[in-house]
Design a protein around this ligand. Structure first.
Ligand code: EPZ
Length: 422
């Protein structure tokens, strides 16, 4: 397993390109299952999760060609010959469950392994099942697999209310409803930019969808969808992550492709902490001129609230802030595994259930630390970039799932960061 060695250094400067969104691409790729015609994605990120989704779609009979160094995915599911999403692939990546809705809609049946728990929580699928059953599917759990069948006449539109604005459940139901007979109204739908991007792509394929980005999405089912070419939206989590690099290390960095509307509530918190953010023609320029960052309180919420996927990275900033910060994690039940690793670097953090209280210290000290999940990994890298001395981050395969060429991108800003091959 590769490690990454980081040596703390001074202010950063330069530009960092922000890639296409992992969490948009992972729902856009299964959308190819909805049509016999080709679907091409541009601005795709080069990540191991994309490779995993490629493997999964291939196992179902779809073809995915990765072109232009992985930035273009040319996909075709004209000849699907398997409707079973195997545990060996699904256990590697929860987003594999996003083939359930499209397969049900296209093939009338699907067998998808339950993803199993992951580091950050149990992550059940009850909301996905509730929504798809409302569309007429019969879903049974057997030997760890969901066995789903659509009625002989196909899925039928329905009025559905989600108990929680689940991103994945919204995506599965939205994709299935595009081919259901009649009208589907989804209440308490997730509002994330990745949902809007999926709806935009589905409309390009001929779907009739309104209200994406709000809590109420209305879909008029159609008989079939045709092919399209779609540009993946900018990754707001990679954007927020890299905006924190100059905030933690000092200096000035321009995040190319960044847009305020993707990270609204996050920017409000950075502004409160004393970080300056300027919109430029090419993206967002972030700088921390002088003085320490101020401690701010954060509560994670569904979009447009503060993103749970930026909570670990924000904690890294708060470790050396002036004052005490209270971070409340309301989306996942176990998403503070970065805290003990940051503590090894000298941070002063108390965790009680879903609340972490961070008492800012002057400076962290480098140490060997362990990456536990995708966002925790990158929070350790950010903390290490401003720490005194050397930090070795182990198990960085987590990092490669969501951050393309992280050492190149941060190294170009002046960070002392190198990958050590296992
Ligand atoms: C998506 O996961 C993202 N993943 C996650 O990003 C992100 O943290 C999450 O949304 C919240 O924004 C992708 O898009 C591939 P949810 P998802 O369904 O869809 C509970 C990253 O780091 N829940 O909104 O799985 C669930 O347990 C990843 O890039 C149910 O109880 O998230 C969790 O506590 C991590 N029953 C909460 O809802 C269900 O049926 C949010 O889950 C579904 C979810």
């Amino acid at each position: 397993m590769d490690s990454i060695i980081v040596r703390g250094n001074g202010p950063l400067s330069g530009q960092i390109p922000i890639a296409g969104a992992k969490n948009a691409c992972l729902t856009l790729m299964p959308a190819t299952l909805l049509s016999e015609d080709p679907l091409t994605l541009t601005n795709a990120p080069r990540l191991s999760d994309i490779k995993t989704m490629t493997e999964l779609l291939g196992s179902l009979g779809a073809e995915v060609s990765s072109l232009q160094d992985g930035k273009v995915l040319a996909m075709s599911s004209h000849d699907l010959d398997n409707h079973v999403a195997d545990y060996d692939i699904v256990r590697k990546m929860r987003a594999s469950n996003l083939v359930l809705g499209p397969m049900l809609a296209r093939l009338g049946q699907a067998v998808v392994s339950l993803p199993g728990g992951c580091a950050i929580g149990a992550r059940p699928m009850d909301l996905h099942i509730h929504g798809l059953e409302a569309l007429g599917a019969e879903i049974e759990l057997k030997d760890g697999y969901l066995h789903a069948k659509a009625p002989s006449g196909g899925l039928k539109g329905a009025e559905i209310t989600l108990a929680f604005a689940s991103v994945g459940a919204t995506e599965n139901i939205l994709m299935a409803a595009t081919l259901a007979k009649g009208t589907t109204v989804l209440h308490n739908a997730a509002r994330e930019p990745e949902i809007v991007d999926l709806a935009k792509c589905l409309r390009a394929m001929g779907a009739q969808i309104e209200g994406d980005g709000t809590s109420r999405i209305e879909i008029q089912g159609v008989d079939r969808l045709h092919g399209a070419t779609h540009e993946v939206v900018t990754d707001r989590i990679e954007l927020g992550t890299y905006m924190l690099a100059p905030a933690i290390c000092g200096g000035e960095v321009e995040c190319l492709g960044g847009r305020i509307e993707l990270v609204g509530s996050f920017c409000e918190k950075l502004d409160e902490a004393g970080i300056s953010i300027e919109e430029t023609a090419r993206g967002l320029k972030v700088s921390r001129k002088n003085g320490r960052v101020k401690a701010v309180d954060v509560t994670t919420e569904p979009f447009p609230g503060f993103p749970t996927d930026l909570q670990a990275q924000m904690m890294a900033l708060m470790c050396t802030a002036e004052g005490t910060s209270v971070l409340e994690e309301k989306i996942f039940e176990n998403r503070f595994m970065h805290a003990p690793e940051l503590t090894r670097m000298g941070a002063n953090i108390e965790v009680h259930g879903g609340t972490a209280t961070v008492h800012g210290v002057e400076r962290l000290k480098g140490a060997p630390v362990m990456a536990t999940d995708l966002r925790a990994s990158v929070s350790l890298i950010l903390a290490a970039m401003a720490a005194e001395g050397e930090t070795i981050v182990n198990r960085v395969y987590h990092l490669d799932r969501g951050y393309e060429r992280v050492e190149e991108k941060l190294g170009a800003l002046g960070a002392h960061i190198e990958r050590v091959k296992a």
